[in-house]
Design a protein around this ligand. Structure first.
Ligand SMILES: [Ca+2]
Length: 167
């Protein structure tokens, strides 16, 4: 009896999952693979982006934040110039050098993209297919890892500037 019911239950779960995904209530794509490597105060972050079929223009700005148990911590901003179907690496610090953030308090990553349109330009769109972050403490101690990917993981637009994912 149980063996005959199980496939039906599985089908119902898949149906609900598909419905929630269609409604945008749950994230599609793979969840993040992330976590502390060691508990250290971090001050340097290497971000590696995989761009899909829509580039990040050179005059588009990206603002990264660590989400933590104590709120968001802003990192240094950078501009694009990420071509279609390319991989780009940025190294940033904390936005304020007086702040501290311990790798064991980090809960995830948040990104915002803002266009700074030139003459005759409309808002930029950017397909981010993957992001990997390596966090380092004093003396280069490798302390935090974050990775997530999708197809795209996030399509940033003028009206959809924010993305975040828990680690
Ligand atoms: Ca673009």
């Amino acid at each position: 009896m149980h063996d005959r019911l199980n496939p039906v239950r599985r089908g119902a779960v898949l149906l609900v999952t598909g419905l929630l995904a269609t409604l945008g209530l749950i994230a599609t794509g793979s969840p993040a693979s992330a976590g502390p490597i060691a508990c250290n105060n971090m001050n340097s972050f290497t971000l590696v982006f995989r761009t899909g079929g829509d580039d990040l223009r050179g005059n588009s700005e990206v603002m990264p934040y660590l989400t933590t148990r104590f709120g968001d911590v802003e990192l240094g901003h950078f501009n694009g110039g990420f071509g279609n179907n390319s991989t780009s690496t940025k190294v940033v610090g904390l936005a304020n050098l007086n702040w501290t953030v311990n790798s064991c308090d980090v809960t995830g990553l948040k990104l915002r993209m803002v266009s700074h349109n030139g003459a005759f330009q409309t808002d930029d769109n950017w397909n981010m297919d993957a992001v990997t972050m390596y966090g380092y403490g004093n003396n280069g101690a490798y302390s935090y890892y974050f990775n997530a990917s999708g197809a795209p993981l996030k399509r940033f637009t003028g009206s959809s500037q924010w993305w975040s994912m828990l680690g």
